[in-house]
Design a protein around this ligand. Structure first.
Ligand SMILES: CC(C)(COP(=O)(O)OP(=O)(O)OC[C@H]1O[C@@H](n2cnc3c(N)ncnc32)[C@H](O)[C@@H]1OP(=O)(O)O)[C@@H](O)C(=O)NCCC(=O)NCCS
Length: 253
């Protein structure tokens, strides 16, 4: 049976043509990454040779297409903010692999991050503030108390086990994506221990960072936002600034 294409929720409208980046705001785009082969071939033309080589290393065509689509969408978005040809966007990577704009674009103060899961991509952009985003398709096989015990802080495990079983799948992925978004904003990968910070999640609890790794940052410096781009997926953004207004759009190539 052919896989059904993911549908982005209609609340994620197309972005207005003029969208200046401002302090106190974060923009998030959702995009369907399952491009038909011909569109993927066209999209790969704006990638760098390193990106094309990386795409070619994926064993499965669907992973190649997902990578090509997400990199070409990222380039299109950043090119728009930088007012340059998407092909001219250049990246550097920190020592944990987080992509950042190359130094020649430092004056723009643009920060970004992206995530993808099973054909759906999320792209976050801010001015001058660290951002991390995550998206995960709900997988019941992953959302177990055993995995929660392994990856979540003890306080989070307690919250999850108190959630009604019918809401537990969603609560699990709220916690997972919020933690992952924070890790990605920090850009330190799993060198930041997952049990050293806690997030609020679950029915009737607003997303928030409740505690952070002491010394390096404080929970009050962060906004955590819930992103629900499509049925069957959870998403989150973490931005290093309190009270950020998060605006969500769909990517229209
Ligand atoms: C590297 C990492 C970001 C991988 O995350 P992932 O869930 O496999 O992938 P995602 O879709 O969220 O993100 C991938 C994108 O993040 C970006 N990225 C890579 N390294 C990153 C880092 N150190 N920090 C932030 N962003 C990073 C890249 O753009 C990458 O996409 P690309 O390779 O196509 O350019 C990292 O956080 C990780 O390994 N996490 C482990 C997952 C885990 O155990 N989570 C527990 C949550 S409770």
């Amino acid at each position: 049976m052919p896989e059904r294409q993911t549908k982005i929720h209609p609340q994620w409208a197309e972005a207005p043509p003029e969208l200046p980046l401002r302090a106190g705001e974060a923009f998030i785009w959702a995009a369907v990454l399952d491009l038909p082969g011909s569109a993927a071939a066209e999209a790969s033309e704006i990638l760098s040779s390193e990106e094309r080589e990386r795409a070619a290393r994926f064993r499965f065509e669907k992973d190649q297409i997902q990578y090509i689509a997400s990199r070409s969408f990222l380039r299109a978005l950043l090119g728009r903010f930088l007012q340059i040809d998407p092909k001219a966007v250049r990246f550097r990577y920190n020592s944990f692999g987080k992509p950042l704009l190359a130094d020649e674009f430092a004056a723009s103060r643009i920060e970004f991050n992206l995530a993808h899961s099973k054909g759906l991509g999320l792209f976050g952009v801010t001015l001058d503030r660290a951002i991390g985003v995550d998206v995960e398709q709900h997988r019941p096989d992953l959302a177990t108390m055993e995995i929660a015990n392994r990856f979540f802080a003890p306080e989070e495990v307690k919250v999850l086990s108190a959630v009604q079983p019918s809401c537990r799948l969603e609560a699990f992925f709220e916690c997972w994506t919020r933690k992952e978004a924070f890790i990605k904003a920090r850009g330190m990968g799993l060198s930041l221990p997952l049990d050293k910070f806690t997030v609020a999640f679950g029915p009737n609890r607003a997303p928030a960072l409740l505690s952070a790794d002491q010394g390096a940052t404080t929970a009050a410096s962060w906004t955590l936002a819930d992103l629900s781009p499509a049925d069957g997926y959870s998403g989150a953004a973490a931005i290093e600034q309190p009270d950020v207004a998060v605006r969500c759009y769909r990517f229209q190539p």
